[in-house]
Design a protein around this ligand. Structure first.
Ligand code: BT5
Length: 332
């Protein structure tokens, strides 16, 4: 017999396999190797976690509805990745999933480790800005990537996160998602997700990177009316109905793994036409704040190294490595 946790996961797996029909208590007890009262106790705990299970004497248990939870029992059975997320750390609340992943990395956690939380109390953006992380509404995740890469290349993983998420929103949810350089995902000009990549390196090569992503999924209009620098939105606000966070997460992880492998094989170059195609600012005049400097120019392209190339009025070019776009011609 395994631990109480793995027994419960196994019972859940068996109930999910037959969702909508009864499974006898005796069959569950025999398969997982515990007593029938033991099964009853585990089913009650599942109910406390939000699973709707009907029990009928003589028939057994039937799973009627699953909660919109990101718990391993809801994600791992449907995870379609080779390596990403197989080491899955699920937290109902945490300060920051990035901080947690950085600690796991220091303890030697494997490549592809995933940290997912239902709520963050100290979610971080860049430059110590805050990421507002309402409980059970959004997805707050961090991916640990351990492929050693030249430092500048490792930083490009943020583009892979943005590309994978934009494709998920476009192809699975039919939303007109776009990338706002360097790390935001927008729908109709409003921010639906942000990405924070943190890399630790030895000399010129990365030891690991943590790619942290916060996605607004089922937030209401009121919740997205917060003290944000730019207008914010959620997937539900754009589709007009609540979506299953599990679907967003599973789809995103499968796409991230695919795009990351393309990136490792051939670098950022072959992904740039897609990334640029999804960036609404290309060809437009934009204003970028970099530290205490403001640069205005026409967004020309993204270089193979990941810099934004701006064209100035006098014909000169400038590469911008980091900053915040504060204005796009005809937009924000
Ligand atoms: C980002 O920073 O957009 C990166 C956000 C990364 C968050 C994830 S959640 C999982 C992981 N663990 C963490 O601790 N962090 C990562 P930046 O470009 O600096 O934007 C931050 C700004 O976005 C804030 O100053 C707010 O104005 C705005 N903001 C905060 N929360 C927001 C939200 N939920 N939706 C839209 N905008 C938000």
């Amino acid at each position: 017999m395994g631990s109480a946790k793995s027994t419960q996961l196994e019972i859940l797996r068996l109930l999910r396999e037959k969702e909508g029909s009864f499974v006898s208590g005796a069959a569950l007890a025999e398969t997982v190797g515990i007593s029938r009262p033991g099964v009853w106790k585990h089913v009650n705990r599942l109910k406390q976690k939000g699973y709707e299970v009907q029990s009928r004497s003589g028939l057994g248990y039937m799973l009627v509805a699953i909660p919109d939870s990101l718990a391993p029992g809801e994600i791992l059975p449907d995870l379609a990745t080779e390596w990403l997320g197989h080491s899955y750390h699920y937290l109902s609340t945490v300060g920051s999933t990035n901080d947690y992943a950085l600690l796991l990395a220091a303890e030697g956690a494997p490549h592809g480790t995933l940290v997912v939380a239902e709520q963050q109390t100290k979610g971080r953006g860049r430059l110590d800005r805050q990421w507002i992380s309402a409980p059970n509404r959004g997805i707050y995740l961090s991916l640990l990537l351990k492929t050693p890469l030249p430092i500048r290349v490792a930083a490009q993983s943020a583009y892979i996160g943005a590309l994978a998420l934009v494709k998920t929103l476009r192809e699975t949810f039919e939303l007109a998602a776009s990338i706002k350089w360097p790390n935001d995902v927008l729908i109709h000009g409003r921010k639906v997700a942000g990405i924070l990549t943190e890399t630790q390196s030895d000399q010129d090569f990365s030891r690991f990177s943590v790619v942290g992503i916060g996605i607004n999924v089922n937030h209401s209009i009121q919740e997205m009316d917060g003290p944000f620098r730019y207008p914010a939105t959620s997937i539900a606000m754009e589709t007009g109905f609540a979506v299953r966070r599990q679907k967003v997460l599973l789809d995103f992880l499968a796409r991230f793994e695919r795009e990351y492998e393309r990136f490792l094989e051939n670098g950022l170059g072959p992904l740039l036409p897609e990334i640029e195609g999804y960036s609404e600012m290309m060809g437009k005049t934009i204003r970028v704040v970099c530290g205490n400097r403001e640069i205005t120019g026409v967004a020309h392209s993204i270089s193979n190294e990941g810099a934004l190339l701006l064209l100035h009025a006098d014909g000169s070019r400038e590469s911008v490595w980091a900053g915040d776009i504060v204005r796009i011609e005809g937009g924000i």
